[in-house]
Design a protein around this ligand. Structure first.
Ligand code: DGY
Length: 323
């Protein structure tokens, strides 16, 4: 019997690619660059499984392409706001994602950004590299304390809870969160976390605000000018969720005009094209979407896709089906 045909839109860790090629007839994208809509349509027409990543846009126009061979989209990533899920359902396309395995590494990056922003890490690095550092000085680059301060989480899923654990048990931070429905009492007790009634309350009461909601229409520009104005002038905003959860122009204004003290960003509206306004600001720490970028995590993400494909081709229930 012919092996199912699988298409990978980007380079994956070698060990996972080897396993894939031993099981399927796999085609790789040798350029390892995001594909055009035309290429993605052609992949849907020519392969049984297409495995995109978060930087491949799969809107209705692409998913509606005629004469599809594809039956399953095995997304390499937990977020799937780049895939029009309703259009996938309308086209009888199964979609799976990779939850669970990137929780800790993404929470680590959120904590990294919190610390970088609080302690002006990126700015200090730039100072040393520039040769402008003249030596220790009692008032140089004074920054914000982290230990014992208040962390407010908007969204309280796996990654937010992992960050809360690190912040509370590692740095003695007080935890506030907003999520429409109350979280598991065991989790709350362990973190002594307090649920706020609204996003506004989190913004008003926190020294650090970290965003952990999914991307998509319902959270587009959730953090806008009006909400940024509610934050303490000493506060920092951390975003490892999705870029368009924050109105970039409003954040640039807030940072330039010092409505807030700093921000740490791993994700951007329209990434990888970053609003130039961020680049010239010293009080924003910028990372290139590194949340899940550890060898172990990226390998585990690939393994998750493998497990879902194996289940699909064996007619078994899919562990991580989102459509
Ligand atoms: C995801 O999986 O959604 C991340 O943003 C990429 O690691």
């Amino acid at each position: 019997m012919n092996k199912p045909k699988v298409f990978l839109t980007r380079k994956w860790p070698d060990s996972v690619e080897s396993k894939l090629t031993s099981r399927y007839d796999v085609t790789f994208n040798p350029l390892d660059k995001p594909l055009s809509a035309k290429d993605l349509k052609s992949a849907l027409q020519n392969y049984d499984a297409v495995c995109p990543s978060v930087c491949d846009s799969l809107p209705a126009d692409v998913l509606n392409v005629e004469n599809k061979r594809c039956k399953i989209i095995g997304n390499f990533g937990v977020g799937y706001n780049h895939i029009d899920i309703q259009a996938a359902k309308n086209n009888h396309l199964i979609v799976t994602n990779t939850p669970g395995v990137l929780t800790e590494s993404t929470a680590d990056i959120a904590m990294t950004l919190l610390l970088m922003s609080a302690r002006r890490g990126a700015e200090g690095d730039r100072l040393v590299r520039s040769g402008q550092w003249t030596g220790w000085c009692p008032t140089q680059m004074m920054s914000s304390d982290v230990t014992g301060r208040t962390l407010g989480l908007i969204g309280f899923g796996r990654i937010a809870q992992a960050m809360a654990r690190k912040a509370h048990h590692g740095f003695g931070m007080k935890i506030l969160y907003f999520k429409p429905s109350p979280a598991d009492p065991g989790v709350i007790n362990n973190l002594h976390a307090v649920r706020c009634d609204s996003i506004e309350q989190v913004l008003q009461q926190s020294d650090y605000v970290s965003l952990h909601c999914p991307g998509g229409e319902s959270t587009h520009h959730l953090i806008n000018e009006q909400r940024l104005k509610l934050m303490k002038s000493t506060a920092h905003l951390i975003n490892t969720a999705r870029g368009d959860v924050v109105d970039s122009k409003a954040l640039i204004k807030a940072l330039s005009e010092k409505w807030i003290t700093g921000a740490g960003l791993d994700v951007y509206e329209g990434e990888p094209n970053i609003d130039k306004g961020f680049v010239n600001l010293d009080n924003v720490s910028l990372l290139p979407h590194l949340g899940s970028a550890t060898i172990a995590t990226r390998t585990a993400m690939g393994e998750k896709v493998l497990t879902n494909l194996a289940a699909f081709f064996a007619d078994q229930p899919l562990p991580d089906r989102v459509a």
